[in-house]
Ligand binder design. Structure first.
Ligand SMILES: Nc1ncnc2c1ncn2[C@@H]1O[C@H](COP(=O)(O)OP(=O)(O)OP(=O)(O)O)[C@@H](O)[C@H]1O
Ligand SMILES: [Mg+2]
Length: 254
């Protein structure tokens, strides 16, 4: 297992990224860099484009203008091989887990390494059990998703993403469907994953405690534009713009 912790880390660079859905602009000239091993916390009101941005970073959505580079490779649907490489080295964790309901925990974790990466099943299963230990639910290998709590399902989703040995992890509100206690558990798992593996992460979250302590940088997006981007502690404790002050104030009181 130790060898896996030395995962490659990928830098992510966006330059003037624009995206529309039909005639509606959703991303309106976004530029930022997440350096290798950094955690960027992405905040913003509902509908400002956070999920769209994550989906563009791993090529699930196409952009209309600008460039996105992951690990020095341009995300471009016209370059299928590059896109495949980026997708394979990027782990995505959503709000609603998206586990395969008819498969056990173990099967959910091993299916992609075996089917997509061609790993030997035995080896993939050993690694999956190790991952379940590292996310704190070694005893749930044979359980089906319906037999797990929301927090446990999300841990399986994280383990499943890690089984692909990603160099970049994208989290889209990974705890917003959970009650407060489970939220803390899952946030601690993400915190530990970063401490142990140090891969680059972009995390959409409004959990300030987590964002301040794990985030390297934080960014407020509004109506498809970057309002402010700063080191995480500064962003939450001493925001420069009035808009960020209001936003941070609102989430602190929520
Ligand atoms: N597939 C789609 N087709 C058309 N419009 C879309 C599509 N996906 C998102 N949108 C629109 O794009 C805008 C940004 O959506 P997005 O899901 O990125 O917001 P968000 O910041 O993640 O919001 P939330 O906090 O509610 O998850 C919204 O106005 C949304 O309605
Ligand atoms: Mg969203």
């Amino acid at each position: 297992m130790a060898a896996d912790l030395t995962a490659v880390r990928q830098q992510v660079v966006l330059r003037d990224v624009e995206k529309c859905y039909g005639a509606t602009p959703v991303l309106r000239g976004i530029s930022f860099t997440v350096r290798s091993g950094e955690v960027l916390v992405l905040c913003g009101p509902s509908g400002c484009g956070k999920s769209t941005l994550l989906r563009c970073v791993n090529g699930l959505e196409t952009i209309d203008r600008g460039t996105i580079e992951v690990g020095g490779v341009i995300v471009d649907p016209g370059r299928a091989e590059d896109l495949k490489r980026i997708r394979l080295s990027t782990g995505l964790v959503f709000q609603n887990f998206n586990l395969f309901p008819h498969m056990t925990t173990l099967e959910n974790i091993v299916i992609a390494p075996v089917k997509v990466l061609g790993r030997a099943r035995r080896e993939a299963e050993d690694e999956a059990r190790e991952l379940l230990r590292s996310v704190g639910i070694p005893e749930k290998a044979s359980s089906y998703p319906y037999q797990l709590s929301g927090g446990q399902r999300q841990r399986v989703a994280i383990a499943r993403a890690l089984a692909m040995r990603p160099a970049l992890m994208l989290f889209d509100e990974p705890t917003s469907a959970l009650d407060p206690e489970m939220r803390e558990e899952v946030l601690n798992v993400i915190r530990r994953v970063h401490e142990d593996r140090g891969m680059t992460m972009i995390v959409v979250t409004h959990e300030i405690g987590f964002a301040r302590s794990v985030g390297s940088r934080a960014m407020l997006l509004e109506a498809g534009q970057v309002v402010e981007e700063a080191p995480a502690a500064e962003f939450f404790d001493a925001p420069r713009s009035e808009r960020t002050r209001r936003f941070v104030g609102a989430i602190k009181n929520s």
